[in-house]
Design a protein around this ligand. Structure first.
Ligand code: UDP
Length: 403
């Protein structure tokens, strides 16, 4: 059976412990990893928990709730995983990437496949798109599940790593989708952590520089607690990620899930949506069409832009490290939005004029990551300079616009 995304829909290997049926909101698409759940004589999927011989049953038995009480009291920063991830004895690790059809999630998927992982991507296409993953059709190590991650996540495969990327991430998106944004950061993170806990997998949360709000400390260090307007328009994103960080630390402390938290600063590159409202696609698409470049406020607010491959490299290093405290990842090269607009005009050779529009409420005045932790803990450095990264990003948008 072919789904409307051109993938072959596999047998139902997803959930359903309770009903034995695939929920309406869940569709699994796969090219290879067919492994039908055991069925009872009446054809219904058997309860995993009731069937200890099944993979699911084994997993349930490996991680009974009682185990939490029997674990030795381990200091959270030295918490031991129930399964050691990344071992030589795991010839092919399995990674789950939530938000795997999004801008950064899909780059993570490619990165992991290139390093020999089997990858299960989950996305509901609210802000992700099938175009970001359609090149993976036919890859035997890739499986896609169309699902909202705020719903119960159930997989019968062993999982070694859970990379939690799912969330609207552009101010325009989360202003349009405030409730979904809050739900994915809270309920979605809960489900993703629950999946990691049940599988004994290592978990990574993609948090954000927005946890610092409109920062009063510059540049932002990881030990700065932030300056967030909880009831402002950006509060839905900022607070959902702050909650997600707190929940992640609670799973580390209470359940000894091995967790990682990355705070992502402004990142750009191919696969950003033309109309996602963020400054990089906005300025480039305006410039390529010789339309006015819309600088908000007087353009003196600052950001620093990291190319996507640098960021994904840092995230991978963090997951494979032993560090559970948050780590900033971003390019420390800071500039004003007016400078950035001029740089885009130069890089595109555009005839666009710069126009000034009102600054959105709570727009952070200054943002630059302090990346000492990433440098010393992960031996990470951003390598792609802005002109180089803009070249490939502009080429990508040029192609999108010409279609
Ligand atoms: N910005 C702008 N013009 C635009 C879009 C954004 O001047 O068309 C500014 C925005 O006000 C902010 C900066 O660019 O100061 C970065 O905005 P973005 O939406 O990319 O993400 P943010 O860093 O605010 O989360």
């Amino acid at each position: 059976m072919i789904s409307d995304f051109g993938f072959r829909i596999s047998d139902c290997s997803l959930y359903c412990r309770l009903t034995g049926e695939l929920p309406k909101n869940v569709r699994e698409t796969s090219l290879t990893l067919h492994q039908p759940l055991p069925r009872s004589p009446n054809g219904h999927l058997q309860s995993a928990i009731r069937n200890p011989k099944s993979e699911i049953g084994k997993s349930a038995i490996r991680n009974p709730k009682s185990k939490v009480a029997t674990l030795p009291p381990t200091p959270y920063l030295r918490a031991m995983p129930k399964r050691t991830t990344g071992r030589a004895s795991v010839p092919q690790p399995t990674s789950v990437v939530t938000g795997g059809a999004g801008f950064l999630g899909s780059h993570m998927v490619d990165w992991l496949l290139a390093r020999g992982h089997r990858v299960i991507a989950i996305d509901n296409f609210v802000t992700g798109t099938v175009a970001n993953i359609d090149h993976l059709g036919g890859n035997p190590n890739f499986k896609f599940i169309q699902q909202d991650v705020t719903e119960f996540l159930f997989l019968h495969e062993e999982v070694d790593y859970v990379w939690h990327f799912a969330s609207p991430a552009s101010p325009v998106d989360y202003l349009e989708l405030p409730i979904q944004t809050l739900k994915v950061g809270s309920l979605g993170t809960h489900k993703a952590l629950g999946l990691a806990k049940s599988k004994g997998a290592r978990f990574l949360l993609t948090s954000t520089s927005e946890v610092y709000g409109d920062p009063l400390v510059h540049p932002q260090t990881e030990d700065y607690w932030g300056n967030v307007n909880t009831i402002g328009p950006r509060g839905c994103y900022d607070e959902s990620k702050r909650f997600a960080e707190a929940l992640t630390m609670a799973y580390l402390r209470q359940h000894q899930v091995e967790t990682r938290i990355v705070r992502i600063f402004n990142t750009y590159g191919p696969r950003m949506r033309l109309n996602d409202g963020r400054v990089v696609p906005a300025f480039i698409s305006q410039a390529l069409q010789n339309k006015p470049i819309t600088v908000f406020g007087d353009g003196t607010q600052t950001r620093s832009f990291c190319y996507c491959s640098d960021l994904i490299d840092g995230i991978y290093r963090l997951m494979m490290s032993s560090h559970s405290e948050p780590v900033n990842l971003g390019n420390p090269h800071e500039m004003t939005m007016l400078e950035f607009a001029r740089q885009i005009l130069k890089a595109t050779g555009s005839r666009s004029k710069i126009v000034f529009l009102p600054l959105p409420q709570d727009d952070p005045r200054q943002r630059r990551p302090e990346v000492t932790r990433a440098r010393t803990w992960l031996k990470w450095e951003p390598r792609v300079a802005l002109p180089q990264g803009l070249k490939s990003t502009i080429a990508y948008f040029r192609q999108k616009i010409s279609r």
